[in-house]
Design a protein around this ligand. Structure first.
Ligand code: MG
Length: 271
């Protein structure tokens, strides 16, 4: 039977016959097989969202009666440091919250599922840097872990500051560019109004329905019920991990540009 098989295989049988010699060759180190992951692979540079001039900046929008005020200008009692769950160590001065980059990200004490969120932010006049290193921060609509784990809606100075379009202000970071660029100039307050539907997971951990986000930047629609492909990541494709209610997190990006500020942050959890 073996002879019949060898005859049928013909030249392949000869190759099989020398496999003991191949087995004696040194193994190729496994690290040589995997090229380093490239963060540029998930950057999108076109099409560039149209620039829209938004309405002029206004005074802070007061929260509605059923809102939870997450930052009303007095203190950071609703927030903790992401790194150690200790007090949030960003600066509160004159009813304005300013990032202290060395203190790391901060996140809410409370956790949320579906909600409406209002938040105002300002890049300082005289901001420096270019691209992602110019007023970078972000709102993690759900914080799934330490550092930048979660679902990030980008904050950046996008007033005449070219970068990859899925990383400019209003982008779901590295997943979806904004529908328009209604950025105000540095020094002006800008508003985010966001509706977030958290992802749902089945009992076995499989995704039952994706996260969805609608967002207005300065009153202009920048995300329209966009379904996320997973958590936002700097390198590689997004993916989901099961979770329940999550805190909301603000990013202390380590670029060297002057820090941005926030005011008037409130939320309405949805039933
Ligand atoms: Mg960011």
């Amino acid at each position: 039977m073996i002879c019949m098989l060898a005859a049928a295989l013909g030249p392949l049988a000869q190759v099989l016959a020398i496999t003991p010699a191949l087995a004696a060759l040194p193994a190729v180190p496994s690290t040589a097989a995997a090229p380093p992951a490239d963060p540029h692979a998930t950057e999108q540079w076109a099409p560039i969202p149209p620039v829209v001039r938004p309405a002029p900046e206004t005074a802070p929008t007061p929260p509605p009666s059923d809102a939870i005020v997450l930052f009303g200008g007095k203190d950071l009692s609703e927030w903790v440091a992401t790194d150690d769950a200790g007090p949030a160590r960003w600066k509160v001065e004159g009813a304005v919250l300013t990032i202290v980059k060395s203190a790391g990200n901060i996140q809410t004490r409370r956790t949320f599922t579906d909600y409406q969120l209002h938040l105002e932010w300002r890049t300082p006049k005289g901001i420096t840097g270019t691209g992602q290193a110019r007023g970078n921060s972000g709102i993690f609509l759900g914080a799934t872990g330490p550092r930048d784990a979660g679902y990030e809606l980008q904050i950046l100075d996008s007033f005449a500051n070219p970068t990859y379009v899925n990383g400019q202000a209003g982008a779901v970071y590295k997943q979806h560019a904004p529908l328009a660029n209604p950025a105000r100039a540095p020094g002006a307050w800008q508003t985010y109004d966001i509706a977030w539907t958290a992802p749902r997971f089945a009992a076995d951990g499989m995704l039952a329905s994706p996260a969805r986000v609608t967002a207005l930047l300065n009153g202009v629609l920048v995300q329209n019920d966009f379904a996320l492909a997973g958590e936002t990541v700097y390198i590689g494709p997004p993916s989901y991990r099961p979770h329940g209610p999550l805190p909301i997190k603000l990013q202390a990006h380590r670029d060297p540009s002057p820090p941005i500020s926030f005011r008037n942050i409130w939320i309405r959890p949805l039933p």
